[in-house]
Design a protein around this ligand. Structure first.
Ligand SMILES: *[C@@H]1O[C@H](CO)[C@@H](O)[C@H](O)[C@H]1NC(C)=O
Ligand SMILES: *[C@@H]1O[C@H](CO)[C@@H](O)[C@H](O)[C@H]1NC(C)=O
Ligand SMILES: *[C@@H]1O[C@H](CO)[C@@H](O)[C@H](O)[C@H]1NC(C)=O
Ligand SMILES: *[C@@H]1O[C@H](CO)[C@@H](O)[C@H](O)[C@H]1NC(C)=O
Length: 450
């Protein structure tokens, strides 16, 4: 009897070509990755014990406390544009897919991950029209390799303000705080109200003082140029409309909407894909859903795929780019667009990431996963051993397994190398995991995980 059962399972795996992956386990593991990225003074309930306090002197121009927040990726810069988008997306996923999160036992840890970001945004928003955009310098940080706990490099901070505005950054942070408000209003309404107050102020700042944060200061140009702020003005307004029902915000979104000439989906620079599904949900206006559906249909039918089936959009961060595509398609599916097709595709894409090619791109998950992730902290042995470029160049596996992190991922031919120096395919990033978590939570909620 047992033998027959095993045979049937083996046959099923053979026929469908996919084993089952434990999305719940991966979702919960992903919250550990966010702990590994924490900057500042770590709390007593920190589970990732190989990390310690770091960057305790991060300060604004007038000595404002800017400790806390997240290191963006394998390095130690706190890039506000990435951090705010990460928080918006984490909050969005939890808001829409609480059932999936609950089934995975990941609600509390994700709320903590979100709050680690929002607490920092509150500190960085030092007055109505002044917001600290970045702590640490890309140019300086990338000169050294080592532990964040040992950092001695200069940590300049950069702000946006009325003379050097950043509507993209301010509006994205408003989106992050608003989406978080919607979660925290049932947890701690005092805290939630503070988030909403700052969100409104930051949105006003974004609206009244127009400009790209990329033009406000130089340092960010190493890494995360913004292509425009119109999409964030729409996205931020849509979130505030959802939270307040104030028609002013809907008018803002509708006023800017026609100025968007491009449509390249949903990612850290392009928010319009997310705004469309959000506005579709809030207004019921079919133009938004039709646009998302056309986009998803086109991507699923015509976008390049690797020989093993990954929808391949960009070389850098190939997996997260696909995860973000699937996230908006799943939100469109929830509103009635081609649900069966989009959900089946999302499962296929996520299974690719979790091991359907024989390799899991999530660190610590499955039998074979990346061992040489491009991540300074994880590559360092425990102190007092020194850590410098020797560890960067070493072919030994990282001493610390940065559990739950999704790596950049393979190239167009499923080609991938588990080599520390290759930051294109083997770096991890707070933005990568956020959309990925949203997709996992949706699939769990739909019953695609055991
Ligand atoms: C406004 O921001 C710019 C860019 O970060 C900075 O150079 C300038 O000093 C700031 N202005 C004030 C008054 O602090
Ligand atoms: C609720 O949030 C406020 C403001 O952050 C904080 O002072 C208070 O301790 C929180 N309450 C609880 C029960 O956590
Ligand atoms: C950002 O834009 C500047 C010019 O404005 C350019 O020199 C730089 O290479 C760009 N950086 C990235 C990462 O694209
Ligand atoms: C907004 O309006 C909707 C529908 O009328 C209602 O369910 C919701 O409670 C309102 N929200 C707020 C914050 O007023």
């Amino acid at each position: 009897m047992k033998f027959v059962f095993v045979l049937v399972i083996a046959l099923l795996v053979y026929v469908t070509g996919t084993a089952c992956y434990n999305y719940k386990e991966v979702l919960e593991m992903s919250t550990l990755f966010y702990e590994a990225q924490r900057s500042g003074k770590l709390p007593a309930d920190q589970r990732v014990k190989w990390r310690g306090d770091s960057a305790l002197n991060d300060k604004g121009a007038n000595g404002e406390d800017l400790t806390g927040g997240y290191y963006d990726a394998g390095d130690f810069v706190k890039f506000g544009f990435q951090m705010s988008f990460t928080v918006t997306v984490l909050a969005w996923g939890l808001l829409e897919h609480k059932a999936g999160y609950t089934a995975a036992g990941a609600v509390d840890d994700t709320l903590k991950a979100i709050k680690w970001g929002t607490d920092y945004f509150l500190k960085a928003h030092v007055s109505d029209n002044v917001f600290y955009a970045q702590a640490g310098s890309g140019w300086i940080d990338h000169q050294t390799w080592g532990r964040p706990e040992d950092m001695t490099e200069a940590r300049p901070t950069y702000q946006i303000n009325a003379t050097h505005p950043g509507s993209d950054l301010a509006a994205e942070t408003a989106a992050a705080l608003t989406a978080s408000y919607l979660l925290f209003k049932d947890v701690n309404s005092t805290y939630a109200d503070i988030l909403l107050t700052h969100a409104k102020q930051l949105y006003d700042f974004a609206w009244n003082y127009r400009g790209k944060y990329t033009d406000a200061f130089d340092d960010v140009r190493c890494c995360y140029n913004s292509s425009g702020y119109e999409d964030e003005l729409i996205w931020g307004a849509a979130w505030l409309y959802r939270a307040t029902n104030d028609s002013k915000y809907l008018s803002y979104a509708e006023e800017v909407y026609p100025t968007i000439q491009y449509y390249i989906g949903f990612n850290w620079d392009q928010k319009i894909g997310g705004a469309d599904v959000l506005l579709a949900k809030l207004t019921g206006d079919s133009k938004y859903l039709t646009k998302t559906k056309n986009y998803c249909d086109n991507m699923l039918a015509n976008q390049q795929r690797t020989p093993k089936g990954l929808i391949f959009i960009t070389q850098w961060g190939s997996l997260m780019t696909t995860a973000y595509l699937m996230e908006i398609c799943l939100e469109a599916a929830a509103l009635g667009a081609n649900a069966e097709q989009y959900r089946a595709e999302a499962k296929k894409q996520i299974d690719y990431m979790l091991g359907s090619t024989g390799f899991s791109y999530v660190v610590g998950y499955g039998d074979k996963y990346p061992l040489h992730v491009h991540h300074k902290a994880a590559s360092c042995p425990d102190p007092p051993a020194t850590c410098d470029w020797t560890q960067f160049s070493s072919t030994a596996p990282n001493p610390h397994v940065i559990k739950g992190a999704l790596v950049g991922g393979p190239g167009a031919n499923d080609d991938y190398e588990d080599v520390r120096s290759n930051y294109v395919v083997n770096e991890v990033d707070t933005v990568y995991n956020a959309g990925f978590q949203g997709v996992l939570a949706t699939l769990i909620e739909l019953g695609y995980s055991d």
